[in-house]
Ligand binder design. Structure first.
Ligand SMILES: Cc1cc2nc3c(=O)[nH]c(=O)nc-3n(C[C@H](O)[C@H](O)[C@H](O)COP(=O)(O)OP(=O)(O)OC[C@H]3O[C@@H](n4cnc5c(N)ncnc54)[C@H](O)[C@@H]3O)c2cc1C
Length: 476
């Protein structure tokens, strides 16, 4: 039996480059030379697909890169990085496009979306996954084999961004962060070297790639350990949004078996048919529950949550893990404001502040999101990966979603003020939730000794800080 399955989840658009507009005359010759070296394509302003390819997911950013390079392999990335350096161009690296860092107004976008190969080895329970793939694509492919690797709550987030930052999702308590399942990576460094990195080969780089963000090279593919998932129960449990309910839920989620992870948000109830109409638009506690194990054990683990208060809706049931991904409309490009903090506890007073803050937002959609951590994530020593805030128990995020990017300052303020109201023992944040924060908040993403170590790795692999469009770690 062939244990190695290959998939190519392709996007086979085949537009040719068209003539450059005026802004390109100065570099036209160089671009022609670059095109002759590439297996992939160069898309420049004026090309019929330019607007599609330059777009990123958050509507906050409308940037016009000098060129988007749809790379076909690691050699294309190496050539593109050299080209950028030789011509003094800024470099943005795009995987799923869920951050504002993957576009630029003055340089190149290295677009990884054609690196979409997934090789699943059922015998060794491992997979090599290209960084052009999304979380949803990998989840759906591996779960067909009763296997899983955890990413986040959104299918369209790219494997490049989520994994370099850490990856906090519905399996965080059972299997840890996404990086805790990474066994190896292929990476192109800023000087154009193509390296295979793991615990033995370039261990410093392997350490930094797991949580240090996109600072240290361009990952072309990850090797993941896959976990058995013979049975799964999940879905939304909607409870009344009161301080008692929110704090009780959080306490129970900490005590629950590790099979159970949850992402729970105080938010206006969507006008969904499963929620009684009188609650539509009113604040509710919308809890996405995930239990990675048999249905009976799931029922037992969920019983205390169902008993907190009479649920307004309860759709938690056995099914596929990928059913947890909510539908997305790629045509919709809302703007986001996010501010987040990793915390040690969340009491009833804090829960009340979260509810009041969400009630006070003018954004069409606003959330006070709570993720209870611990379990497998907390057992990995904090020096083992660049994601070092391992002992954090809870992550709280204020998220505003709105149509007009011109409102960003108002909603950024709202989110930041909400976080400032919560306990301040120490400002700790998950690097991938630094979306609209000021650049200096990178200091909250890493303990001082971790940041120092990252800076040394940066100096070794990208001393000129070519890869700086990210949550930037500057070279030591
Ligand atoms: C709607 C939404 C939901 C989210 N939910 C979750 C969640 O549940 N859990 C969670 O952990 N995070 C979540 N995030 C945060 C998300 O993980 C980050 O925004 C992440 O950076 C997005 O990755 P991307 O590849 O889609 O984005 P991109 O914008 O393409 O990339 C993000 C950053 O990563 C760098 N990068 C991308 N690919 C590579 C690569 N191959 N090699 C090196 N660097 C690279 C880029 O340069 C950029 O700095 C969410 C974000 C959004 C917008």
């Amino acid at each position: 039996m062939n244990m190695l399955e290959s998939y190519s989840i392709s996007d086979s658009q085949s537009g040719e480059s068209v003539e450059a507009d005026d802004t390109f005359f100065s570099l036209e010759g160089q671009f022609k030379t670059l095109a002759s070296l590439l297996k992939g394509r160069i898309i420049r302003p004026g090309h019929s697909q330019y607007d599609d390819f330059r777009a990123v997911v958050p509507g906050n950013y409308d940037r016009r890169p000098t060129a988007v390079i749809r790379v076909a392999n690691a050699a294309d990335i190496a050539a593109s990085l050299r080209f950028a350096r030789d011509n003094g161009l800024e470099v943005a690296v795009r995987s799923g496009g869920h951050s504002g860092h993957s576009s630029t107004d003055t340089g190149l976008v290295i677009d990884l979306r054609d690196l979409n190969r997934l090789e699943i080895d059922k015998k060794t329970r491992t997979a090599w996954a290209g960084t052009g793939l999304t979380a949803g694509e990998v989840t759906r492919a591996v779960e067909k084999h009763g296997l899983i690797v955890g990413f986040g709550d959104t299918a369209s987030v790219g494997l490049g961004g989520i994994t370099t930052g850490g990856g906090i999702g519905y399996l965080v308590r059972k299997h840890g962060l996404s990086i805790d399942s990474v066994l190896a990576a292929e990476v192109v460094t800023a000087d154009g070297n193509i390296l295979l990195v793991d615990e033995k080969q370039h261990p410093d780089l392997f350490w930094a790639l797991r949580g240090g963000g996109g600072n240290f090279g361009v990952v072309t593919k990850w090797k993941f350990r896959l976990h058995a998932l013979p049975a799964f129960t999940g879905g939304p449990l909607v409870l009344p949004a009161t301080p008692e309910v929110v704090s009780r839920f959080t306490a129970l989620a900490e005590l629950a078996p590790e099979e159970l992870s949850a992402i729970a948000s105080v938010m206006p109830a969507p006008p969904a048919p499963f929620i009684p109409e009188e609650f539509h638009g009113k604040l509710v506690f919308f809890c996405m529950m995930a239990f990675a194990g048999p249905a009976e054990a799931a029922r037992d683990a969920l019983a205390p949550f169902r008993a907190i208060a009479t649920p307004l809706a309860d759709l938690v049931a056995p099914g596929h893990y990928s059913d947890l991904y909510l539908p997305e409309d790629p045509e919709q490009k809302p703007a986001f404001s996010v501010c987040s903090r990793l915390m040690d506890r969340l009491d009833e007073g804090d829960a009340g502040k979260i509810i009041n803050r969400v009630a006070g937002s003018s954004a069409p959609m606003r959330l006070g999101e709570i993720r209870v951590l611990g379990g497998a994530m907390g057992r990995v020593p904090s020096s083992e990966t660049a994601f070092a805030h391992r002992s954090s128990r809870v992550m709280v995020s204020f998220i505003a979603v709105y149509g007009d990017p011109g409102e960003q300052a108002v909603h950024d303020r709202w989110a930041a003020d909400g976080i400032a109201e919560l306990p301040q023992e120490m400002d700790r944040v998950y690097v991938n939730f630094l979306l609209t924060d000021p650049a200096e908040r990178i200091h909250a993403a890493y303990p001082p000794q971790t940041l120092e170590r990252l800076k040394l790795v940066k100096r070794r692999y990208d001393p000129e800080n070519l890869l700086r469009l990210n949550r930037n770690v500057t070279p030591a």
